[in-house]
Design a binder for this molecule. Structure first.
Ligand code: SF4
Length: 401
């Protein structure tokens, strides 16, 4: 059993945006409809106590708590302050508490009381931004249809510069093939993110990603070989990689690229997107139910459910649940085609949700619907690293004689 180290708390289940690709409201799982809007104080106290118990029982020196939604800042400053106080008290003397919050940013401007609360509790803030105003507003719109980019940009200016800069964790950008990749990257750079991540749109073989309708399971190509079918996401990401990697100085970190590079060099990755590390993230919904990662909502209604909750189960019970154990088996948990793939240590079969294929007997035992794109992207990054390491080796040779 692998203990959890990341606890994602759904502190508010509704949102002030109506993004067209949202996996919470627009995908197969519709469980949000039956959930309370806000995590109540009793659920917060119970969850905090269980996190502390889990840290104590498994000797964890550090735990990560991610405040999430919906839009988590809709809870308001007073409730947020109280919630963070409960978490801090529960973990005091038990484990270091690392706090982050993922937000669309709008409430940071609308409610000036929020940032001081987040600063007082040392909460690092990730903001969702999809690139230029045109790209962002194509998807991330308010319920009345207005775009949200202008509001998010105001929030990001509060974080990018000035006293709240230490709270700024970075940006999350969902890839839109209709947007120019380099223009998207440069639009993100305007807000000086310490780090960013580029997310493949959540999709499955049953509900394929934009631009990949009709994709069939391909045999993996040999490393370095030309893909046999179009790989638009690899091309898009490859263009950003070239711009980012070729910059004369480091402009920001890009998590996906850094993790692939680390894995290629024999290191580890922390995200679920790549690599074979066992899953160590658990979700607690506003009603206290314990679930798997949100991305599974794209598979089918109820896909993230475990049947467990914080009032009758511990996180150790959850970590022993077959749903989590299935994602802690490394290469043994992969589809046969992935287990035999020369890129599997880096790719890891892709995000678990993206493997969902309901027309098979084991619906998650398929390669990712992004398989050819992942293979092509890994090959692209491999080529660059290999070239530079070879050049470094050549440069070092005279000194080593
Ligand atoms: S999903 Fe990844 S590990 Fe599986 S076959 Fe494709 S490239 Fe290889």
């Amino acid at each position: 059993m692998v203990p959890f180290r990341q606890f994602l708390l759904k502190i508010h289940s509704r949102c002030n945006l109506a993004c067209d690709y949202c996996y919470v409201y627009e995908s197969a799982d519709q469980s949000w409809r039956d959930r309370p809007r806000v995590m109540d104080p009793r659920t917060v106290r119970r969850t905090a106590a269980l996190i502390a118990e889990h840290a104590r029982d498994h000797g964890l020196g550090e735990v990560h708590v991610v405040l999430h939604g919906g839009e988590p800042l809709l809870v308001g400053a007073a409730r947020l302050d109280a919630l963070l106080g409960v978490l801090a008290d529960a973990l005091d003397g038990v484990a270091d508490l690392r706090l982050t919050l993922q937000t669309n940013g709008l409430r940071l401007v609308e409610d000036p009381a929020l940032l001081p609360v987040l600063a007082r509790h040392g909460v690092r803030i990730g903001v969702s931004l999809d690139g230029t105003a045109a790209t962002h507003d194509r998807h991330r719109r308010r319920p009345d249809g207005r775009g949200s980019h202008a509001g998010v940009a105001r929030a990001l200016r509060l974080l990018a510069d000035g006293p709240y800069r230490p709270l700024y964790a970075g940006l999350l950008c969902t890839i839109d093939l209709a947007a120019d990749p380099v223009e998207t990257y440069e639009a993100l750079l305007e807000f000086a993110p310490p780090r960013l991540d580029l997310l493949l749109p959540h999709a499955t073989w049953h509900t394929p990603p934009p631009g990949l309708a009709g994709r069939t399971t391909p045999p993996p190509t040999a490393p370095g070989a030309e893909p046999e079918e179009p790989v638009p996401y690899a091309r898009w990401l490859g263009a950003v990689f070239d711009r980012w990697y070729g910059a004369p100085r480091r402009e920001t970190g890009i998590r996906l690229f850094e993790e692939i590079a680390a894995l290629l060099l024999g290191g580890t990755a922390r995200s679920e997107a790549v690599g074979l590390a066992p899953v160590d993230l658990v979700v607690v919904e506003t009603d206290g139910t314990i679930e798997q990662a949100d991305s599974l909502k794209v598979a089918y209604d109820g896909a993230p459910a475990t049947g467990l909750d914080v009032f009758t189960h511990s996180f150790t019970d959850a970590a022993r649940h077959e749903a989590f154990r299935a994602r802690q088996r490394g290469r043994a948990g992969l589809a046969p085609v992935c287990a035999a793939c020369p890129r599997s240590a880096v790719c890891g079969g892709g995000l678990y949700a993206h493997r969902y294929r309901p027309d098979t007997t084991a619906p998650f035992a398929a390669p990712s619907v992004y398989c050819p794109d992942l293979a092509a992207l890994i090959d692209h990054i491999t080529t660059h690293l290999h070239r530079d390491l070879t050049a470094l080796g050549a440069a070092a040779r005279p000194l080593s004689r």
